[in-house]
Design a protein around this ligand. Structure first.
Ligand code: SF4
Ligand code: SF4
Length: 211
């Protein structure tokens, strides 16, 4: 009997507590936003979507290396000696073409770890959250602004220049090896001449020590 009263009291207390909250909000100001006509003002530093200002990217790969889920995919091609890619707005020299800079936002976990190592502050979160897609592949964002033809061209030029530099390196090493061989032969010849001189001097001396 006592426990029945106790249970009834707990039940009514719970109902009145819940209703109290409902009534308080019923007469208070509305907190529901009529989305999409109304939108929440997001707090500063909201992590909603990554953005890359590709003009300021130097292709250092630090962001990709910091990402714990490998959702940043960067491909760079070194600029050939006839090209000056200029500098970023932070004054860093640009030495690489960014032939690919993809971020898979479907994999991203919004940890912000890629943002902090960037030396030019060109990768950052933007407060944009309305980017749902039916197809996951549409969540791979391509930030490189090079056309495929340009990508092919810069790759070809870079390969040619790298091959030429390799050829020059090999030529230089070959010349050095030849020079070293010539020096070695000269040193050997000189040593042989010195030895034969010493032998002649010894053979011209009488065996009993008389002059
Ligand atoms: S926010 Fe985190 S998970 Fe997303 S790309 Fe950057 S490092 Fe990777
Ligand atoms: S860390 Fe910054 S500069 Fe380096 S590759 Fe990433 S976005 Fe570009």
């Amino acid at each position: 009997m006592v426990s029945a009263f106790k249970n009834s009291w707990i039940t009514f207390k719970s109902i009145f507590t819940g209703m109290g909250v409902t009534i308080r909000h019923f007469f208070g100001p509305s907190v529901t936003l009529q989305y999409p006509d109304e939108r929440a003002v997001l707090p500063k530093d909201t992590r909603a979507k990554l953005y890359v200002n590709i003009d300021d990217c130097i292709g250092c790969n630090l962001c990709a290396r910091a990402c714990p889920v490998n959702c940043i995919d960067i491909e760079t091609v070194v600029a050939t000696s006839d090209v000056d890619l200029g500098k970023t707005s932070t004054g860093n020299p640009k030495r690489f073409w960014l032939t690919r800079f993809d971020i898979d936002m479907a994999k991203c976990m919004y940890c912000d770890l890629c943002v902090h190592p960037c030396p030019t502050f060109c990768i950052y979160m933007v407060p944009e959250y309305e980017y749902s897609e039916y197809d996951r592949t549409n969540l791979i964002y391509h930030f490189s602004n090079l056309e495929p033809a340009m990508v092919a061209e810069v790759k070809e030029k870079a390969e040619k220049e790298a091959a030429e530099k390799q050829r020059q390196r090999e030529e230089m090493m070959r010349k050095k090896a030849e020079e070293a061989k010539i020096k070695q032969m000269e040193a050997k010849k000189k040593a042989e001449e010195n030895n034969s001189g010493e032998n002649d001097a010894q053979s011209s001396k009488p065996e009993n020590g008389d002059p």
